[in-house]
Design a protein. Structure first.
Length: 158
């Protein structure tokens, strides 16, 4: 798509930093933020993500972006304790298996800004744009959980 936009331009087309690992971690960060928003009482807009993705690394940092009562650093730190994090991850992945816009959401071939999302909508993984590093692009719920018809295998598929 970027090459089509460049057309006959003599400028080189930049190489995309997006990889399957990035797509997976980015979507996982969104479902965790949604989980903590629903279960932990944090407004999603008070949480932000930072992704660390490379050939030899994969990491997510979720942090508070406000200094008021919704942005309690201690509460976020507690969410990272191993047992609580395990429970939150399991719940977030289970919640991601269903979207009120399915089957349209899961079967979407391209959506969002510049058609950069696959299975992602406001009912399942999109966040307030202040929370997302990439403005709610480069997301795919099927990368996490797979597609119900078995055409796509997710990282956390059963």
């Amino acid at each position: 798509m970027l090459r089509e936009r460049a057309g006959d331009s003599e400028k080189p087309v930049p190489v995309s930093p997006v990889s399957p690992r990035f797509l997976l971690l980015h979507t996982l960060a969104h479902v965790l933020i949604n989980e903590w928003s629903l279960d932990g009482g944090y407004p999603a807009a008070s949480l932000r993500e930072r992704l660390y993705v490379g050939d030899d690394m994969a990491g997510i940092l979720i942090y508070t972006a406000t200094s008021d009562s919704a942005g309690s650093l201690g509460g976020i730190v507690a969410q990272g304790e191993p047992r609580r994090l395990e429970i939150a991850l399991r719940s977030a992945l289970q919640r991601a298996e269903w979207c009120s816009n399915d089957p349209l959401c899961m079967e979407s071939e391209a959506s969002g800004t510049d058609s950069l999302n696959l299975a992602a909508c406001h009912a399942c993984v999109l966040l307030p744009e202040t929370s997302c590093e990439t403005n709610n692009t480069l997301l795919d719920r099927a990368a996490l959980i797979g597609a119900p018809d078995g055409n796509a295998v997710g990282f956390f598929s059963h």
